[in-house]
Design a protein around this ligand. Structure first.
Ligand SMILES: Nc1ncnc2c1ncn2[C@@H]1O[C@H](COP(=O)(O)OP(=O)(O)OP(=O)(O)O)[C@@H](O)[C@H]1O
Ligand SMILES: [Mg+2]
Length: 496
């Protein structure tokens, strides 16, 4: 006996057949239908993304060749448990290490979990995963990127392994890594990760034959990675390779020269990022600031600017600073400053004629802001992310275009240094607080002994306001893995 449901299905089928038959008898309707189908097909073809071209390897340097082969059975160092590649920027460490890591994992294991870590997941994806996928696909690997799960599933020759993606500074990664068993871990820019994360991750590598892969640019000599790994190579059974830009044969002479120029204004960063040395950050932070070059008479400022920006450092117990910064043809000019100490300071601590001064109410600071910017069309106001009280007050007064600044101190400092070195940042003579801070802002020697890079948190309010604008608006366009500024000359990269 035929059921009611079966009769319904049969009737629907007949109806469809009939509709189709009618269509064939009506050539106009048929043509219309065909055209629509073609349009839809073309649109879907266009919207389909073009496959990225496979990665083009250029001649590998000897060190890169060693990175690619150190783990193979023929290698005299195949029994090492770890490889560490440190050294200068753009030296070709990441590109060959990340590929070698996956190649090793796929040659030695099947159905295992591995870890790939960067400072953050975003940085890792941008700097490592994107080129890595192109390299792997060019080498016949099948790569499925499960973005939602932060996993890459890699297959070749009927072997499949899963690579979990972690961010050393991402909280979500801290939880995820706790419960996992890994056969290897790759750390890109390990010196930018907390030691606790690296210890967690290495402790998860309990599979026999597991290896650790590290790369980084140097930091200070007391940095935890230098002390715990580089200074204990024998104990860790680790292979150490020191890279410079000359180990990346894809860079031409002019490019190497450009990078050298970029850092030549700062002895510390030159030693670290060009020579690849673990040296302490000491002395004046902005030692490349030169009155002769960077300080200009107010009368010598350009008459007009393409855009104006304001940097705001908000202090309830410290100074509140507004800096008016004009942008013109790829250069930045600090035109004038507002600087108010919120607490009484003695003449001894400040040669500001207005000191000592009393604190002001938030509404007074907001009123001062309006007076400071009166008549100007301000494109962006970059405010200290901790200055919510002032932001709220400014918004109450109708001030718009306020952006929370990126307060990542080291990359921010490096960004300002590059602008100074490239002679693209100038300060009007009347900004006396900012000018004074340039001379007194120093690296913290005590912090350096603990392996940390940080400036002494004193006399830094105007410099913070400057850093907010320079780094958040301009530096980050060119930020690399670590947020350090690298790349083309600043002038050519500014989008006006
Ligand atoms: N053998 C090569 N063939 C083609 N391109 C290469 C080769 N070696 C390096 N490169 C390219 O050089 C650039 C720098 O390489 P990579 O990112 O690996 O350097 P790095 O040492 O990790 O730099 P950083 O310290 O700044 O992160 C990249 O664009 C990379 O693709
Ligand atoms: Mg790198």
């Amino acid at each position: 006996m035929i059921s009611a449901a079966e009769i319904h299905v049969a009737e629907q089928h007949d109806e469809r057949v009939l509709r189709r038959a009618n269509l064939y008898q009506n050539p106009e309707a048929f043509q219309k239908r065909l055209d629509r189908a073609r349009t839809l097909r073309d649109a879907s073809k266009k919207s389909r993304k073009k496959k990225p071209a496979p990665f083009k390897w250029l001649t590998l340097s000897q060190k890169q060749q060693l990175v690619l082969s150190w783990w193979t059975p023929e290698s005299p160092v195949c029994d090492r448990d770890a490889i560490i590649c440190d050294g200068s920027v753009r030296a070709g460490k990441t590109v060959c290490m990340s590929f070698s890591y996956v190649d090793w994992a796929m040659s030695c294991f099947h159905d295992m979990n591995f870890g790939l870590a960067g400072k953050t997941i975003g940085a890792l994806r941008r700097n490592v995963i994107t080129p890595l996928k192109r390299i792997l696909r060019g080498r016949g690997y099948k790569v499925v990127d499960r973005r939602a799960d932060n996993q890459l599933v890699v297959t070749k020759n009927r072997r499949t392994n899963t690579f979990y993606i972690f961010g050393g500074k991402d909280e979500s990664s801290q939880d995820l890594i706790q419960g996992i068993t890994l056969a290897g871990m790759f750390f890109d820019e390990v010196a930018l990760m907390p030691e606790s994360f690296v210890n967690q991750a290495t402790a998860r590598c309990s599979v026999t034959g597991a290896k650790f892969w590290f790369n980084c640019n140097p930091a200070g000599p007391y940095h935890w990675f230098k002390v715990s790994w580089l200074d204990k190579l024998r104990e860790k059974n680790a292979l150490h390779l020191h890279f410079t830009m000359h180990d990346n044969l894809s860079l031409d002479k002019a490019t190497i020269q450009r990078y050298e120029n970029l850092y030549k204004g700062s002895p510390v960063f030159y030693k670290r990022y060009i020579l690849g040395l673990w040296v302490v950050a000491e002395g004046v932070v902005y030692d490349m600031f030169d009155d002769e070059i960077h300080k200009i008479a107010d009368g010598a400022l350009p008459n007009r600017f393409e855009r104006y920006h304001i940097g705001v450092d908000a202090g309830q117990t410290n100074a509140t600073v507004y800096l008016l910064i004009g942008e013109l043809r790829g250069k930045l000019y600090v035109i004038r400053e507002y600087y108010h100490e919120s607490k009484a300071v003695s003449k001894k601590d400040s040669d500001d004629e207005e000191a000592p001064s009393k604190g002001k109410a938030p509404s007074e600071y907001a009123a001062d802001f309006l007076a400071f910017t009166v008549g100007l069309n301000i494109s962006n106001i970059l405010i200290d992310p901790a200055g919510k009280w002032l932001r709220t007050e400014l918004e109450k007064k109708g001030v718009r275009r306020i952006i929370n600044a990126d307060n990542d101190v080291l990359p921010g400092i490096s960004s300002v240094q590059v602008w100074l070195t490239e002679k693209l940042l100038f300060v009007a003579e009347s900004c006396k607080n900012l000018l004074r801070e340039f001379g007194s802002y120093i690296w913290d020697v005590k912090a350096a002994e603990r392996g940390e890079d940080k400036p002494v948190k004193k006399f830094d309010h105007a410099l913070d306001a400057l850093r907010y604008v320079v780094y958040t608006l301009f530096g980050k366009k060119r930020a690399s893995v670590h947020g350090r500024v690298v790349g083309k000359s600043v002038a050519s990269s500014i989008k006006l």
